[in-house]
Structures are given as structure tokens and as C-alpha cells.
Design a binder for this molecule. Structure first.
Ligand code: ATR
Length: 279
């Protein structure tokens, strides 16, 4: 009998990753004979770990913190969306070739449009942050043709650089946090900063929210983030990044297996585990 195809998620640290659980659900749902494991690579040993995995017959990998830039550098061929992101979260191995993609952006778009049922086309969007997480979603957002995409970052030069990179793709401008209170309201506000991890709130004015605004935090956790609480207090609809996580995984699964999982069942399952307390 043929051995199951092998996949992994590589990172450091890696024990917290939900990807093995998500891909196990997808595989069971679609009756795919595969193994998907967490793989801890030493901080200075990403490339060697990938090569080892390929030598053992591995078919593909997800890549997480802190290796997404190294994965981009290692790739022999990149999709346009991976090139735009400058970072890679999905590798496929085909002989000696390492094919690289980035599914984070499409994960966000699918979660906002298909799962939350919120259109992006023609809408006014504010993206908070200008780090790797922001860069990965700008091209997919602009492809949906929002009326305007405003990027605001604490270090304003980084937002300016992103605008320079992407302004041929659509209506994108940079603003300082300090200038947001004269910007009026937004239809969608996306927090891509890592502020939520430190329980901090980017300095945003309450005046940007209406009751139709979708306030989306790319982070997720057992409790709503500070950004979600602030946005909800000022009337916005809120959503965390759990759906983005699941949808980026579904896209990777599709790249590898050519078949699309149904994500709704996994979403409910993971959400219920997040809210369960063990006390
Ligand atoms: P990632 O790859 O997760 O985006 P990153 O590249 O380190 O991580 O970027 C982190 C982002 O969160 C940056 O936009 C950072 O702002 P700076 O560029 O000014 O550093 C933003 N960030 C982190 N903590 C923040 C805070 N407390 N308030 C506002 N922005 C914050």
C-alpha cells in the first residue's frame, strides 16, 4: 500500500499551531490519505529542515513565524500574490522545484466576503499596520476594487513604502494615525498590527466606526481583542482572525490536493474549543 503523502507546518515556536488540527479535519472530510505534522526548525536551520523534509518525500509545507521571508528567498518559483507579499506561507515540492504561494490574503478576503457576507468592492477600507501581515493582504484587497484603501501605521514611513509599492494596483493612500480623526467613517477596518498580542490598542478615533462598519482583527483568541472591544463599544460589527486562519489553510489544501474543503464545520469546531475553559 502507498504511504500517505506527508505535509508539515514549519515554524519556531510551533506547538501552538492549529494547522495540524485544521488539516486533519480537511483530510478526514475529503477522505484524503495524508499526514500533516508540526515541524520545529532551529532559528538558524530553516533551509536545512526544509531540505530534510523534501529528502524524506514531503509533498508540501505551511510556513509560519519567523520563516515566511526565508521561504520566499528559498522558492524556485513564486505566485504573483507571494511576490507582492514578499513572504510565503505555502510551499509545494515537485522534484527539485520548490513552488511558493501566499494564501493569507485570500484567506482574509474569503472570510470577509464569503463567511461574514461583507462586500469589499466599492467600499472604503482602513488597514492598520504596515508590517508583514499588512503587506500580505494589500494586493488581494485591491483586487476587489475598494473605493479607497487607507493604510495607517505608527511608523508612517512604512505605510508610505507600501503605498509606493502598490499604488499602481488601485486606490491606496497612507495616513498618520494622528490624521485619522478627519478621515470620516470606514466600511471595513482591518487591524493587522501586532498590538493585540500585547493587549494594546492602536491610537484610532472612535469617529471612524458606524453600526455598519466591520472591524476585523487578524488576531484571534479565547476573548475578543482590545481592538474588537473598542470597535464594538463604538457600534461596529466585530470579527476576529480565526476564519482567516481556516481559509488560508483551505486554500493551501486546495493547492496541494486540488480539492476544496468545506470550512464551516471546522470553524464551529475550533471556535468551540477556543471558548472552552479548563477550570
Ligand atoms: P507582522 O509580520 O505580524 O505584521 P511586524 O512586521 O513586526 O509583524 O509588524 C508589526 C506591525 O504592528 C507594525 O505595523 C507595527 O507598527 P510599527 O511599524 O510602527 O512598528 C504595528 N504595531 C505593533 N505594536 C503596535 C502598537 N502598540 N500600536 C500600533 N501599532 C503597533
Amino acid at each position: 500500500m502507498k504511504a500517505p503523502d506527508r505535509y508539515a507546518v514549519i515554524g519556531n515556536p510551533i506547538t501552538h499551531s492549529k494547522s495540524p488540527e485544521i488539516h486533519a479535519y480537511f483530510a478526514a472530510q475529503l477522505k484524503q490519505d495524508l499526514i500533516y505534522e508540526p515541524l520545529l526548525a532551529p532559528l538558524n536551520g530553516f533551509v536545512a529542515s526544509v531540505r530534510d523534509f523534501i529528502a524524506q518525500g514531503g509533498k508540501g509545507m505551511n510556513v509560519t513565524v519567523p520563516f515566511k521571508l526565508e521561504a520566499y528567498a528559498l522558492a524556485s518559483k513564486c505566485t504573483a500574490r507571494a511576490r507582492a507579499a514578499g513572504a510565503v506561507n505555502t510551499l509545494s515540492f515537485d522534484g527539485d522545484a520548490i513552488l511558493a504561494d501566499n494564501t493569507d490574503g485570500i484567506g482574509l478576503i474569503t472570510d470577509i466576503m464569503a463567511n461574514a457576507g461583507v462586500a469589499i468592492n466599492g467600499k472604503r477600507i482602513l488597514l492598520l499596520g504596515a508590517g508583514g501581515a499588512a503587506r500580505g493582504v494589500i494586493l488581494p484587497l485591491l483586487e476587489q476594487q475598494p473605493s479607497q484603501l487607507v493604510i495607517a501605521n505608527r511608523t508612517s514611513t512604512k505605510a508610505d513604502q507600501l503605498v509606493n509599492q502598490f499604488d499602481t494596483e488601485g486606490a491606496v493612500v497612507a495616513r498618520d494615525f494622528g490624521g485619522l480623526d478627519v478621515e470620516g467613517t470606514f466600511d471595513i477596518v482591518i487591524n493587522s498590527t501586532s498590538a493585540s498580542m500585547a493587549a494594546e490598542l492602536p491610537p484610532i478615533p472612535a469617529s471612524m466606526f458606524t453600526k455598519e462598519t466591520l472591524a476585523y482583527d487578524m488576531m484571534y483568541g479565547r476573548e475578543p481583542t482590545v481592538f474588537m472591544r473598542f470597535s464594538a463599544q463604538h457600534g461596529a460589527q466585530v470579527r476576529d482572525g480565526l476564519g482567516m486562519l481556516i481559509e488560508q489553510a483551505a486554500e493551501a489544501f486546495f493547492i496541494w490536493r486540488g480539492i476544496r474543503p468545506n470550512t464551516a464545520a471546522v470553524f464551529g469546531e475550533l471556535r468551540s474549543k477556543l471558548v472552552v475553559t479548563t477550570s
